[in-house]
Design a protein around this ligand. Structure first.
Ligand SMILES: [Zn+2]
Length: 280
């Protein structure tokens, strides 16, 4: 079964009752199980998607903003205590190795006890961290490539392309970039972050954010109209919107997002929800 499950579709690190969770997705392609980003809720999202955590083998991190990486350590640890004994590979930008070392240091007492008391294999030997550069990512079984996106103030931020029987591209966070359309050329699915500018005022009021937050949202992300342009450049089969800003605001309907993306792009536009399965 080749599929994407959008586990968390919210842009930004805050949480609200009953609302969407921060960024994470599952890609199942040619028998490989790949997690893209690990925002809060990723472990629960995988279980709800029918993936036993002892199957966790590969995680790709787009960048080190907390809404994409906060639960990475928790996910790996929970996979380990769920019985994972084989290797887990984590691919991500420079800095992800330090994140993983820091998580192990923070949890050293528990990790030690679970080896000594529970007889588990050492966690440190289970995980291999690969810090990626732009270009081809060595990966057995699929063609994988990384594209450096512009996402201030984060220096290292990547989009990823996975090619097997089908092709899926994940934008990560990025400003509008026609080059990302070229990177996604011919993909069956493009999962792209999206910002609806009319929603910014409501977010600033709700979170108490000021001009700095406004400047980050506008200067670091892609307006929905431009997301449509990227999808059109790439002639992708399907556009899936994640990392939505705003999210779960009834004032902004799916039809509004779709109409704006549809100005430039004439394919199907899916406004993703947590736990939504998209066939590849
Ligand atoms: Zn970000």
């Amino acid at each position: 079964m080749n599929r994407i499950v959008t586990l968390g579709v919210k842009g930004g690190p805050s949480l609200r009752a009953g609302a969407s969770m921060p960024s994470s997705s599952l890609l199942e392609l040619d028998g490989q199980l790949i997690v893209i980003d690990a925002g809060l809720g990723v472990a629960r999202g995988l279980v709800e998607a029918g993936v036993a955590l002892n199957r966790l083998a590969v995680v790709f991190v787009t960048h080190l903003h907390s809404d994409h990486v906060l639960e990475l350590g928790g996910l790996i640890h929970t996979a380990w205590v769920s019985g994972r004994k084989d290797r887990i590979r984590v691919y991500g930008p420079p800095g992800v190795r330090a994140y993983w070392a820091g998580f192990q240091a923070a949890m050293a007492m528990d990790i030690h006890l679970r080896v000594v008391d529970d007889g588990r294999v050492p966690l440190s030997g289970l995980v291999e961290v690969v810090e990626v550069e732009a270009g081809v990512v060595p990966f057995e079984g699929l063609r994988v490539s990384a594209y450096r996106t512009t996402h201030p103030p984060v220096e290292h931020s990547f989009a990823y392309r996975f090619e097997g029987a089908k092709t899926a591209v994940f934008s990560g966070d990025t400003v509008f970039d026609p080059g990302l359309g070229a990177f996604a050329m011919g993909a069956d699915v493009l999962v792209h972050e999206a910002l609806l500018p009319e929603g910014i005022e409501a977010i600033l009021q709700r979170t108490g954010g000021g001009e700095k937050l406004r400047a980050h949202l506008v200067g670091s992300h892609t307006m929905i109209d431009d997301v449509g342009r990227v999808a059109a450049i790439g002639k992708v089969g399907k556009l899936v919107l994640n990392h939505q800003v705003p999210v779960d605001d009834p004032a902004f309907t799916d039809a509004m997002w779709q109409a704006r993306a549809g100005v430039a792009y004439d394919g199907p536009v899916i406004v993703a929800r947590d736990g939504m399965e998209i066939a590849l």
